[in-house]
Design a protein around this ligand. Structure first.
Ligand code: KIV
Ligand code: ZN
Length: 552
């Protein structure tokens, strides 16, 4: 058994449970449930970067992934477990021997780690997906919580679709899990069906049914827009762990949003009688990083991290805030890290200044990545004169995302045309030592570039989504383009940053194609046609698991 049990985090300490205000643990599942959102396929370096940022944010637990789902996922969890320090590192496993063993294998390099095992308990999921009797489900829980416990003191059990599970059976499942050693019991509202009153009552019932030293956790999906409200109802009824994802990303309408829970507890903690240990100043950066790497933008009016969240438009409001911030602001934007976007580097800045600026942002790159990022910076600085913190983050995030395995590199892109001339584009790519040049006409510049790139790479794809924004304000701002492509049934996202939106579009398209090629090479599953399998599904080391894309 590992020595990873931290009484503060793993099983909830009795002494803390009686202290006021009580600690509510923040369990971040951006890299597992969040990554399950359609079209998100993070590379390993991106996952590592996010995990490091989550450690800077000081979340209590990072759920790093679902190791059995594919060899790439296993490696990513293993890498995070062996290098990210601070939070407990968790991995997901169905209540199946192979899953639990694989999770333990991936996690064993961590300072402190947790196996999070789950099974569907509602009639509809149990009968239609698992085809298991209630007795078989109880047996699977018993066997696999015990197995997980033989590897680590810190075991979490989740009853998938708890809110649609018959109450007596749900409580029975939880009692078995606790008897076999689970230290955290998670109550997922898997399909976002519960209302806050119902969910709060359920959490209270579970709280009363298990011993005090077992931590009760919530995992709320947002199908009806109630994820945060339900998590809050959970806290009010005794939950002391909240599962969240940055920017609320996740399956379908997503998960309970980290930043909203963080600021509710910060702002109303006294009323709720709870606190957390998050380093709030890292919130904005974490949100930007996750948005840039996933390609999931943040809506302007999103609470806490939206671009308008602290903007005052009406004259009356502006007047009030100028006279006294408290008139219309209940949170301090500086507290969540919304500082001015500083000008940091210009075209005369050298490598040393570049490295120094990155260090101030808490970013460290490997040598090869640093060389590429520096070359990119020089190129942009020549065109843009000054670069801000946000520009640097954008360049470096694109670099981390592209990764050293990139097969196709954009060398040049040129467009032509006009109001009465059909737009044309020519692109030049490098694949190893080969240069490929192609041209195409299109309905518009971007369409022409995509056509030329499609010819050059020789891969059929369908553009599912295209989004352009600017990294900072001003007409000289970097354009930030995110595309989502469907490549042979795989949804892939790519991001490109450049002073010219046509070039940014080409970079984004190529990043997505490279990602699809990497997924193909790693034998990662497609999004389409997969189904949730019974725990005995035949996936294991070296084989990819259809469950990965069925997503919980
Ligand atoms: O939504 C869900 O039920 C899950 C579980 C695996 C916790 O993600
Ligand atoms: Zn979930």
């Amino acid at each position: 058994m590992s020595e990873n049990a931290d009484p503060d985090v793993s099983a909830g300490s009795r002494s803390e449970a009686v202290a006021r205000p009580e600690v509510v643990r923040i369990f971040d599942t951006t890299l597992r449930d969040g990554e399950q959102a359609p079209g998100i396929a993070l590379t390993q370096p991106e996952k590592l970067e996010i995990a490091e940022q989550l450690a800077r944010l000081n979340v209590d637990i990072i759920e790093a992934g679902f190791p059995i789902s594919s060899p790439g996922e296993f490696d990513a969890v293993r890498q995070i477990a062996s290098s990210v320090r601070g939070p407990v590192i968790a991995a997901l496993a169905r209540t199946a021997t192979g899953d639990v063993e694989r999770a333990a294998e991936a996690l064993k390099g961590a300072e402190r780690w947790r196996i999070h095992t789950f099974i569907s308990t509602s009639d509809v999921q149990r009968e239609s997906m698992l085809r298991m009797s209630p007795q078989q489900v109880l047996q699977a829980i018993e066997d696999n919580v015990r197995l997980a416990k033989s590897y680590t003191e810190d075991v979490e059990f989740s009853a998938q679709d708890a809110t649609r599970t018959e109450l007596d059976f749900l409580l029975e499942c939880f009692r078995v899990a606790v008897t076999c050693g689970a230290t955290t019991i998670n109550v997922p509202d898997t399909v976002g069906y519960a209302t806050p009153t119902e969910f709060g009552e359920l959490v209270r019932t579970v709280r009363e049914a298990v011993p005090d030293d077992v931590v009760i956790s919530t995992h709320c999906h947002n199908d009806l827009g109630l994820a945060v409200a339900n998590a809050l109802a959970g806290i009010e009824n005794g939950a002391r762990q909240i599962e969240v994802a940055v920017n609320g990303i996740g399956e379908r309408a997503g998960n309970c949003s980290l930043e909203e829970v963080a600021m509710i507890v910060r702002t109303r903690g006294e009323h709720l009688g709870v606190r957390h240990g998050l380093n709030l100043k890292e919130i904005m950066r974490t949100s930007r990083l996750v948005s840039m790497t996933t390609g999931y933008g943040v809506q302007p009016n999103k609470a806490v991290v939206g671009s308008s969240a602290f903007a005052h438009e009406s004259g009356i409001h502006q007047h009030g805030v100028l006279a006294n911030r408290a008139t219309y602001e209940i949170m301090d934007p500086l507290e969540v890290g919304l500082e001015g976007n500083r000008l940091v580097l210009g075209k005369h800045s050298g490598r040393h200044a570049f490295v120094d600026a990155l260090q101030k942002l808490g970013i460290t790159l490997e040598d090869a990545q640093l060389n590429r990022a520096f070359a990119r910076f020089k190129d942009l600085a020549d065109r843009k004169i000054t670069l801000t913190d946000h520009d640097l983050e954008a360049i470096v995030t694109e670099e981390i995302g592209s990764g050293k395995e990139d097969l196709l590199v954009l060398e040049a892109v040129q467009v032509g045309g006009g109001t009465h001339l059909a737009p044309t584009a020519t692109v030049r790519l490098r694949r190893g030592d080969d240069l490929i040049e192609e041209s195409a006409m299109g309905d518009g510049m971007i369409d022409a570039v995509m056509g030329a790139l499609g010819r050059a790479v020789g891969i059929e794809s369908r553009l599912v989504a295209f989004n352009v924004s600017s990294v900072t304000g001003g007409s000289d701002a970097l354009g930030d383009v995110v595309v989502q492509l469907d490549v042979d049934g795989r949804r892939v996202t790519g991001r490109g940053v450049a002073t010219d939106v046509v070039e940014a579009s080409a970079r984004a398209y190529l990043a997505a194609i490279n990602r699809a090629l990497q997924m193909q090479a790693n034998d990662e599953p497609r999004d389409e046609g997969s189904s949730i399998l019974a725990p005995t599904a035949s996936c294991g080391p070296g084989r990819s698991c259809p469950m990965k894309s069925s997503r919980d």
